[in-house]
Design a protein. Structure first.
Length: 758
């Protein structure tokens, strides 16, 4: 008897025996039941209709239970936040704006106003405390991740260059905010709220910068490695540290009631900071030197790091500085080792950003009732506060950047970036609201100010770019003036291993030409929400193989790492702006890649079982057409698409000629023969009765006569048997499209192939 059948029989017998036993136990147990009043929840329905009624009643009870309501709220919040954040990304805006707007939509301003019954069902008042606690815990995790994103050593190195910019962009708006508070206090401050508390919170709300949003905007604009990006990030980091320390002092003063009473809070806060930097940080530095990769970072270490995080948050909470400050400082003192921080950030940031923070946005949105601004005077006040925030932050950062020697364009960019507020602002406003310092009307105004100042960052940078367009064009023309005697190749690759192979191709194709070869390797990470900590790791991992190959070949190459949501468009732009002579891109298909490359293995497995897959699946024609159409249309140079099939060296080369338009390939193959020293065979597919046949034959004969290792093939078309004899194929883009359409079966066995557009 087969093992499977035997197991099935055993399984059925087991179910029958123990099922019967359970039935007998229940029947016997029911006979001991005492007759009396039975809870409705345990009432046994007597008919189908009554059973359905009980089911629906229990169904509603389960939804309206505290845990059921919380789960329903989370589902609703995540759904709305994902949709709106995706829409904002499409219009080149930070995703956080969509999440903030989702919170306002689900709050009393829209859902509560237009659909009060739905709002009352999904967000009943008694359930908001649970959501608030979850969101606060999420903020603790988020602030911990923000602290880790700030490289304290890098901030220290850039301190002299950025301290004036960061502090001017904090002090100027802080002062203007306090001045605005002086005029708002009598009319808007809550009863019993001290002026200094009100003024300090308005000031801190004006002076905050959203470091995470700023970092991602810089990534999206491709400025991460530039002077502007470095100065902006360092200034924002300095500003964030200053602002959060200032916020801790403000909270201490507010809770103590006066500056004199707050001295003890500040004194103990100073002791806390000394302990964190002089005791805990050195210890964690030793930990980071030992635990610096995923193999050795186990659950015990993660639990220990979270233990430090919670203790730090608890200490600042009981000292009157707020738990978020402790979480932030716990992140700052984490080991400086970039790998350690990356691993810890991955463990924290995904949950905090994806699950907990949307709860905070909606929690904030439920407090934001735009309907409170119901008079022209209130809207005028909101506009004035927004204007004061922009003048203070944008003006302070711009003028200070100009004063320290930045040119006007960079100064304006820095001002626009530092004016970004985003989530960090909402955290400050929520603290002020919950401490009853900011009344609901002022809270709403400042939330709207947050939306406006964050939304305006990208358009403002675009406007600045437009204003300086003529000047930039002249600078770019001078910068990218094509040097004589140099052949510039842009090599764009996806997988790290493919870059190494493509460099071999570029070396063999162009190194023996009349001009010196100059190669720039380009790699993109898709998605502008990449953590700044991860970009250094991604860049190192991506370029390591190609740099090793360059060293081996004796080629000096430049590397360029970018982050983008539209890779194809950005490749075309970089190609044209850089004045390159040739763009070499990978087709994205290979059947012999790294062993741990899941996508390649899956593709290879499908190829082995191709009788289960529709015909033509394995020929990357549609992929090549879609991927390269934009390059070929927009690039101001020749484009080569490389399909890798275990490429090492072009030893046995087949050149496919379809018409006289393909004869430009002879100049490429001439250099290839010099570099690789292989043998070349030309396949002439041109029709015998075509008008250009004689011309093509003459040109090919002249070429083969001049090249000892070149010859003509007797075959008149591509076949699988023919392609098996070669390890490299050179073909034009137009011929490839025709061949891949009509010779699909033959191309199943094609060698490594370079497809070139004229």
């Amino acid at each position: 008897m087969k093992k499977g059948i035997r197991n099935s029989i055993f399984y059925v017998v087991m179910l029958l025996i123990f099922g019967s036993l359970m039935y007998l136990v229940v029947k016997k147990g029911d006979s001991h039941q005492v007759i009396g009043t039975v809870d409705a929840a345990y009432h046994v329905p007597e008919n189908l209709h009554e059973g359905l009624t009980v089911f629906f009643r229990l169904f509603v009870d389960h939804i309206q239970s505290p845990f059921g309501i919380l789960l329903l709220q989370i589902i609703t919040i995540l759904f709305c936040c994902r949709i709106l954040s995706g829409l904002f990304v499409l219009i080149k805006q930070p995703a956080v704006l969509g999440e903030i707007l989702a919170g306002i939509i689900l709050g009393p301003s829209i859902l509560g106003h237009w659909f009060p019954q739905i709002a009352g069902f999904v967000f009943p008042a008694e359930s908001l405390a649970n959501m608030g606690l979850l969101s606060q815990f999420g903020l603790i995790l988020f602030m911990f991740a923000i602290g880790m994103e700030l490289d304290f050593e890098q901030v220290s190195k850039k301190l002299k260059e950025t301290i004036l910019i960061s502090h001017a962009s904090t002090i100027v708006p802080f002062s203007l905010g306090m001045l605005a508070a002086y005029f708002l206090y009598d009319k808007y401050a809550g009863e019993g709220t001290p002026f200094h508390s009100f003024a300090l919170f308005i000031g801190i709300a004006m002076s905050i910068t959203a470091f995470p949003v700023l970092a991602r905007i810089i990534q999206e604009k491709g400025l991460t490695k530039s002077h502007l990006g470095t100065i902006s990030l360092a200034s924002a980091a300095n500003g964030d540290i200053t602002a959060w320390c200032l916020l801790a002092v403000v909270i201490s003063v507010v809770q103590a009631g006066s500056f004199l009473s707050a001295v003890y809070n500040i004194l103990f806060a100073a002791l806390y900071l000394l302990a964190m930097f002089l005791l805990v940080r050195p210890f964690l530095k030793m930990v980071g030197q030992v635990f610096h990769n995923e193999e050795v970072i186990d659950k015990r270490l993660v639990a220990f790091i979270f233990f430090i995080l919670i203790i730090s948050a608890f200490m600042t909470e009981i000292l009157g500085l707020h738990a978020l400050f402790g979480a932030f400082m716990a992140g700052v003192i984490m080991p400086a080792d970039i790998k350690f921080r990356k691993i810890m950030t991955e463990k924290v940031e995904g949950v905090s950003l994806s699950l907990f923070l949307p709860l905070f946005f909606v929690s904030t949105g439920l407090k934001t009732e735009i309907g409170l601004l119901n008079t022209p005077g209130l809207w005028l006040t909101c506009g004035i506060l927004t204007l004061v925030a922009i003048i203070g932050k944008f003006g302070g950062a711009t003028l200070s950047a100009r004063f320290v020697g930045e040119r006007w364009k960079h100064s304006l960019y820095i001002g626009a970036l530092m004016n970004t507020r985003g989530l960090m602002e909402l955290i400050v406003l929520t603290i002020g609201y919950e401490m009853h310092i900011l009344p609901p009307s002022i809270f709403v105004m400042l939330v709207l100010m947050t939306l406006v100042t964050t939304f305006m960052t990208t358009p403002l940078m675009t406007l600045i770019k437009i204003c300086f367009r003529v000047h930039d064009k002249l600078v770019e023309m001078k910068k990218w003036e094509h040097p004589e005697g140099v052949f510039k190749v842009l090599l764009s690759f996806g997988r790290a291993g493919n870059g190494q192979v493509m460099l071999k191709v570029a070396n063999q194709m162009f190194s023996k030409g009349d001009n010196n070869l100059e190669v720039t390797a380009l790699h993109f990470t898709t998605g502008t929400d990449v953590n700044p900590l991860q970009t250094d790791i991604f860049e190192t991992v991506s370029f390591s193989p190609i740099l090793q190959e360059a060293k081996k070949l004796g080629i000096k190459i430049d590397t360029r790492y970018e982050i983008s949501n539209n890779v194809s468009q950005d490749i075309s732009t970089i190609t044209n702006e850089g004045g390159f002579d040739f763009l070499l891109v990978g087709a994205g298909i290979t059947w012999s890649n790294l062993p741990n490359d899941i996508a390649a293995n899956q593709y290879r497995d499908l190829r082995k079982n191709r009788h289960f897959v529709p015909e033509g699946w394995f020929i990357p024609n549609e992929l090549l057409q879609d991927k390269t159409k934009l390059f070929i249309q927009q690039a101001n140079c020749a484009v080569g698409i490389f399909v890798n099939r275990d490429f090492e060296k072009a030893e046995k080369i087949i050149l496919v000629i379809d018409s006289k338009d393909d004869l430009y390939l002879l100049s490429y193959v001439k250099i290839l023969l010099k570099s690789a020293g292989g043998s070349l065979y030309i396949l002439d597919r041109s029709l015998p009765d075509s008008p250009d046949k004689i011309f093509i034959t003459q040109k090919l004969k002249q070429f083969t006569d001049s090249q000892k290792t070149a010859g003509m093939l007797a075959e008149k078309d591509i076949s699988a048997k023919l392609l098996k004899r070669f390890n490299f194929m050179l073909i034009s883009y137009s011929t490839w499209n025709e061949v891949s359409e009509h010779r699909k079966e033959a191309l199943q066995l094609m060698p490594s192939t370079l497809i070139i557009s004229k």
